[in-house]
Design a protein around this ligand. Structure first.
Ligand SMILES: [Zn+2]
Length: 257
């Protein structure tokens, strides 16, 4: 499932359309607001931003929000920048397209396609994102403490809450908890201040490394490791797979305390 890291990879790739004019648009009406095509056609792309897992295309007339759901991915100028996504098929069928934007310069083929087999993503106009918490790349120890200290739910569940921390998904949460040595079941408010610091440090250090390596599937707890649960790379203890608030958690009972 696309996380903030995937959205960041697409944000970077989409900067190639800045300055172009949207000459034509097509959208799957089931996942976009009425009047979308009319609103965006003819506008020029001014900037590309990302907030949490949402990519924003700022035009001179409106803001287009791309929400990727479980299996959405972007194909930009004919190129899929991320081939591999957990739960995604890796195939690219035209009937899975939910959005096509054509721009000047690339009239023949769509400059941007949102391809989403399970159709759980959506497209918005001028999305209100004020409910989102601090972005994964702006995290500080203080903001992490503020987000977790009053919550009794599992730390894993709290970190997945986009109103707390925007951009972390299931894989990245398991990954940073593995690196920080924190049991995902622990109540969020039970973390000591040295654990908060360790967790913040791992978000700050590990996410850029995963970003460079290709996204949320590139960590120690890769999809292959998650499926097989082999011995932990750090201490040889067999990894465990549990369900926490209906999400799969893969963790090591040996060093995650
Ligand atoms: Zn371990």
């Amino acid at each position: 499932m696309p996380e903030g890291l995937e959205a960041e990879i697409w944000r970077t790739a989409l900067t190639s359309i800045v300055g172009r004019r949207i000459t034509c648009a097509w959208v799957d009406d089931r996942v976009a607001p009425p009047g979308f095509v009319r609103e965006v056609t003819g506008s020029s792309v001014a900037a590309i931003r990302r907030v949490g897992k949402v990519v924003l295309i700022d035009t001179d007339e409106t803001i287009i929000g791309l929400h990727f759901g479980m299996t959405g991915r972007l194909v930009i100028d004919g190129e899929a920048r991320i081939d591999r996504l957990e739960y995604a098929s890796g195939q690219d069928r035209p009937e899975w397209d939910r959005l096509r934007l054509f721009t000047n310069g690339t009239q023949a083929a769509a400059a941007v396609r949102l391809n989403d087999p399970r159709r759980l993503g959506r497209i918005s106009i001028d999305p209100d994102l004020t409910h989102l918490g601090v972005d994964i790349f702006d995290l500080s120890v203080t903001s992490l403490e503020d987000a977790l200290k009053r919550r009794r739910i599992a730390v894993k569940t709290a970190l997945l809450d986009q109103t707390v921390l925007a951009g972390l998904g299931n894989l990245c949460v398991d990954e940073v908890l593995w690196w920080a040595g924190i049991d995902p079941h622990r109540p969020a408010n039970s973390l000591e201040s040295d654990e908060m610091k360790r967790l913040e440090e791992m978000v700050r250090r590990r996410l850029p490394i995963m970003l460079r390596r290709g996204g949320s599937t590139s960590g120690v707890l890769s999809p292959e490791v998650r499926a097989a649960c082999p011995p932990c790379e750090r201490d040889g203890h067999p990894l465990r797979r549990d369900s926490i608030a209906s999400r799969t958690a893969v963790w090591c009972p040996g060093h995650q305390l």
